[in-house]
Design a protein around this ligand. Structure first.
Ligand SMILES: [Zn+2]
Length: 347
């Protein structure tokens, strides 16, 4: 997860975009308030719109948090997944093997990239497609690389982190969802996209030093494919004990209706205490570049503590290890995403 918030109202590390992002923030809040209006038809409170009976929600298949946890541990057991390392290569193979074992169609998009420190690496964006022939699809995304340094820590700052939550958790939850989808047809196509080099950005540096894999993917994605994708959901840091997921500002800017859909599902499932309704500033994460460059509206379910105005005490520190991963958090996120995709209507 890129650390930067591109809105000064929540403690920005970014300069030069304050008025722009403040305007975006205002727009987001306005849209949000209107969307909450219970009756906007101008009939003095008498709702004359035709009533259609509510469509009963489909019960999604069960999410297995033990399985998701095991997928996270398997990644962490390789060691830090920093691009260019043998641990990174081993994990790339692991993700591909898992997706293939579920019967998904796996493609790997490789590209050379130069990190902010001049290191040249090869990125690998890995996709597992469920029913690739279907023309109504949802894109599920997580980054699978882990940060090359612990720049928010006080010791071993130049050593890479385990990234159990930042990187590992999103991949673990998506692999478990992929396993379930392959066994229980949701009637739509699903693409599981694991992007590389999200977390190798320069501390305090330009936004474009982050999310290199998703930038490359979104700038090279086939436009015919894009037309089949209704929306994207990014999972980032979705496994920590006590996680809180506010409505993230970049998601609200590009895909407010998708945020509403997902947070409404969470509320109905009893997770309103985790999927809270406060809106954060705009963060720099893979959903920003996917939304901007591919035009697929993509949201971010990302751990952010509004009270602390921070991503959590583990963020880019060595304590981001298996000790902070909580199965009940994985379960909540997994159940919400499954509920959304199994209730997606086809034409
Ligand atoms: Zn990160």
């Amino acid at each position: 997860m890129g650390i930067k918030i591109i809105d000064h109202s929540v403690g920005s590390t970014q300069t030069g975009v304050s008025s722009w992002s403040a305007k975006l923030m205002l727009t987001c809040l306005t849209v949000f308030m209107f969307s909450c209006s219970p009756n906007n038809n101008g009939n003095d409170g008498v709702d004359t719109t035709p009533k259609t009976p509510p469509v009963p929600r489909v019960a999604a298949p069960a999410f297995n948090a033990d399985s998701a946890y095991a997928y996270i541990k398997a990644q962490v057991d390789f060691g830090p997944r920093v691009p260019g390392s043998k641990e990174h290569a081993a994990c790339a193979q692991y993700i591909q093997d898992k997706l293939k074992s579920f019967g998904l169609t796996v493609t790997v998009q490789k590209s050379p990239a130069t990190l902010f420190n001049g290191t040249k690496v090869e990125m690998q964006n890995i996709t597992g497609a469920y029913k690739p022939e279907r023309t109504e699809r949802v894109l599920l995304v997580a980054h699978w690389d882990t940060r090359l340094m612990a720049d928010r820590d006080t010791s071993r700052v130049n050593e890479p982190i385990d990234g159990a939550n930042d990187g590992g958790s999103g991949v673990g939850v998506l692999l478990e969802i992929a396993r379930i989808v392959a066994q229980n047809d949701p009637n739509i196509g699903i693409d599981f996209l694991f992007v590389d080099a999200e977390d190798q950005g320069q501390p305090g540096g330009a936004n474009e030093t982050w999310c290199l894999g998703s930038q490359y993917w979104a700038q090279n994605v086939n436009s015919e494919y894009v037309r089949t994708v209704k929306y994207g959901i990014l999972l980032d840091m979705v496994g920590a004990r006590g996680a809180v997921f506010p409505r993230e500002g970049t998601s609200m800017y590009y895909a407010a209706s998708v945020v509403e859909k997902v947070w409404s599902s969470a509320s109905q499932l009893g997770y309103g205490h985790m999927f809270v309704n406060s809106v954060t500033g705009q963060t720099v994460d893979d959903n920003l570049f996917i939304s901007r460059y591919s035009s697929i509206p993509c949201i971010d379910i990302v751990h952010y503590d509004p009270a602390e105005q921070d991503y959590g005490p583990f963020h880019h520190r060595h304590i981001d290890n298996m000790d902070i991963i909580e199965k009940s958090t994985l379960d909540a996120v997994g159940r919400v995403v499954l509920d959304v995709i199994y209730n997606e209507k086809t034409k």
